[in-house]
Design a protein around this ligand. Sequence first.
Ligand SMILES: Nc1ncnc2c1ncn2[C@@H]1O[C@H](COP(=O)(O)OP(=O)(O)O)[C@@H](O)[C@H]1O
Ligand SMILES: [Mg+2]
Length: 253
Amino acid sequence: MHSVAFYHAGMKTWALYSLKGGVGKTAAAVNLAYEAARAGKHVLLWDLDPQGAASWYLGIDDQTELSPKKIVAGKTALGRHVCATTHARLSVLPGNRGYRQWDVRIHEAKSPRKVLEGLIEPFSETYSLMILDCPPGIGPLSTAILRAADRIVVPVVPTPLSLRALDEVRDHVAEKKVGKTRLKPFFSMADRRRRLHRDLLAEPPATMADSAQTFVDYASVIEQMGAHRAPVATYAPRSRATSQYRALYRELA
Ligand SMILES: Nc1ncnc2c1ncn2[C@@H]1O[C@H](COP(=O)(O)OP(=O)(O)O)[C@@H](O)[C@H]1O
Ligand SMILES: [Mg+2]
């Protein structure tokens, strides 16, 4: 009998992306990846951030520095750097300090916008969902991400500045004609004790018109991911945070 390889021709790619840092991208990437794996998907989380926080939260201590120059040139067998996690069906391609060079190296590539698509495609043989945890900012890497991902999931803290940052992303998407990309903003770190947050949640501005219905509230149980080095659902399965990430996953899936 021969073994039958998984083949997921329909692998989807979701990117957790924002212009801003500290808005809950990594927390969402890790928890959504966990929820997808729990729901039976074969998930690869590619941690594109040089800080490697998502990898760290998933218990990965691999510090191998990969050079984006070699990766972009197709000289790194990325698949060999995939790490299994302790969670079923959830693997990680860890982030590392070398990733500070992404923008420069992608900028130098022949077709910068297509770099990431080419790197992601081979993983569709093994995985049904790829989640990209992105560093903040707008540059060649983010343009390539916007083009490569089926969904761009944007955490938006309910404040005017965060909403402005979302508008900037929308402008960038329009300007770069990245086409098929679908932006999916969601309210993140929502603190209903704050008047400003409550008002914006009650009456979201037009830029949030196509946002997810699910909010992720500000919750100390999410901050504790650092102490547990695990997705919230594993140590606080009955928390509101767990239900919210689960609902968000279902909305996106
Ligand atoms: N919903 C939340 N409630 C409370 N703290 C959060 C929440 N989401 C993220 N955090 C915390 O805020 C900080 C930034 O979150 P993170 O996911 O790393 O943001 P980003 O990846 O956008 O920089 C981290 O310390 C994280 O634990
Ligand atoms: Mg992050």
